[in-house]
Write a new protein. Structure first.
Length: 303
């Protein structure tokens, strides 16, 4: 079990919550409470070409902010961002077999968006530093050693997606927010698109990264950037108002709208079709989705 990264003190409560909402791209007054969110797991099964969804299971079961989940490469755990009594956000690990939640960090900074690195030796995070700078860091999975700054001069980073061990796609905060590709070994970046959403995902079977291109306040399209040619092409319009999506390993898109989960198979002409409605479980809004590498389990944020 990785040891807990600790720090001697914590910043003020309201400072941490300003950081949460800055990462979400919204400006709020000091001291505004964070959203009360939970993490839910659901089983996914294939019956021929049909995708079937199981009953959601709440894996956090507490009042407070639990968000930004991602699976470990072995599919045995979910890493996520959690805020506890002191208002600070840290990284927690949910073990699917033991059904336990364990803190991985307890630092004086705030950490968000945990993602296991391609070499599987670290988990990377967006860290809000003491001066509110947002940069990409990584922590050893083993717990042995100190966190490492990945891209010293790239800021403010909102979200990230590893493409190779030496390259990432980044959501860079700004007016407008932009999609940038970064190379770790050199620190170089290239701006490829503006007005993007927070979801960044590798496209299954392609050397491409997908993102939401927000052409207007209502015209949102899931698009893909070819990493070799750097050409951008549309995949499919989003569900109205929704900006969180995920790919199954076989190339199906999943997206939530309200309490319902939808699927889309790009290229088949059917658009979005409803898979499940989770309102009976008390869920009113589905956001932030992640899927395990085998495509057997989905985790999402529910309100």
């Amino acid at each position: 079990m990785p040891r807990l990264y600790r720090a001697a003190f914590r910043p003020l409560f309201f400072a941490a919550w300003l950081a949460v909402l800055t990462l979400s791209g919204h400006l709020v007054a000091w001291g505004q409470a964070p959203p009360d969110t939970e993490l839910f797991l659901v089983d996914l099964t294939r019956n021929g070409q049909a995708l079937q969804v199981g009953t959601p299971r709440n894996i956090t079961q507490r009042k407070g902010y639990d968000n930004q989940p991602s699976f470990t490469p072995d599919g045995r755990a979910v890493l996520y961002t959690s805020a506890r009594e002191d208002g600070q956000t840290d990284i927690y690990r949910y073990d699917l077999r033991q059904q336990t939640n364990t803190p991985l960090t307890r630092t004086s900074e705030s950490e968000y968006s945990p993602t296991v690195t391609p070499d599987r030796g670290y988990f990377s995070v967006i860290r809000v530093e003491k001066d509110q700078t947002q940069r990409l860091w990584k922590f050893p999975i083993s717990g042995a050693g100190n966190p490492v700054l990945v891209l010293e001069n790239v800021k403010p980073v909102g979200y990230h997606c590893w493409l190779t061990p030496d390259s990432l796609a980044l959501f860079i905060l700004g007016k407008p927010n932009s999609l940038q590709l970064a190379r770790v070994s050199t620190g170089d970046t290239a701006r490829l698109a503006g007005n993007i959403g927070r979801s960044l995902h590798n496209v299954p079977g392609k050397k491409a990264v997908s993102f939401i291109h927000k052409r207007t306040s209502t015209d949102w399209t899931i698009s893909q950037l070819d990493r070799q040619t750097r050409q951008i092409s549309p995949i499919t319009p989003t569900l109205p108002g929704s900006e969180d999506f995920v790919w199954t390993p076989d190339g199906t898109l999943l997206m939530g709208q309200g309490a319902a989960l939808y699927q889309c198979r790009p290229g088949n002409g059917t658009g979005w079709t409803k898979l499940a409605d989770f309102s009976a479980a008390g869920i009113t809004q589905i956001t932030r989705l992640a899927i395990d590498p085998r495509g057997k389990t989905l985790v999402f944020v529910g309100q």
